[in-house]
Design a protein around this ligand. Structure first.
Ligand SMILES: [Zn+2]
Ligand SMILES: [Zn+2]
Length: 148
């Protein structure tokens, strides 16, 4: 069962999807709406935003008693690791160094790039169809020249 709601402005311009799951889970605690201690149902609100909380998609959960209508929180906190924020801010040079490091750490990963360049050579330059060694060699040189 899914309820699609496109949120109003003021939510950062992000189109959010609110999904309401049927309240199957029952737990005991304080209703977040009226404050009474009783059996609670959970209402999940999912937002199409990546978050480090639990799932790939950020959500809020509201625990409420059977007498109360759950209310979607007005605000929410999204968890981003400082590390991933720092990564997002890298320069081209840093990105290049990251690829170079990745190539050094995993020759098979680099190999994929060599093979792809070799394919372009084979398909576009006459004389290389039957010369795998030569085109691999050129592909390797090109990659060395651009990266490492
Ligand atoms: Zn209540
Ligand atoms: Zn989250």
């Amino acid at each position: 069962m899914m309820l699609d709601k496109t949120k109003k402005p003021g939510t950062g311009g992000i189109k959010m999807l609110t999904e309401i799951m049927p309240g199957g889970d029952v737990e005991f605690g304080k209703c977040e709406i009226c404050g009474k201690e009783t059996n609670l149902q959970r209402e999940y609100y999912y937002y199409g935003v990546e978050c480090e909380c639990h799932g790939p998609t950020h959500f809020e959960v509201v625990r409420h008693c059977k007498n109360c209508e759950p209310k979607e929180p007005k605000t929410t906190k999204i968890t981003v690791t400082t590390d991933s924020l720092r990564r997002r801010d890298i320069t081209i040079e840093q990105a290049r160094n990251r690829i170079i490091d990745a190539f050094a750490a995993d020759p098979d990963f680099r190999r994929i790039y060599v093979d792809n360049i070799a394919c372009v050579i084979m398909d576009n330059i006459p004389g290389f169809k039957r010369n795998k060694e030569a085109r691999d060699d050129i592909a390797d040189k090109i990659l060395k020249w651009i990266l490492a």
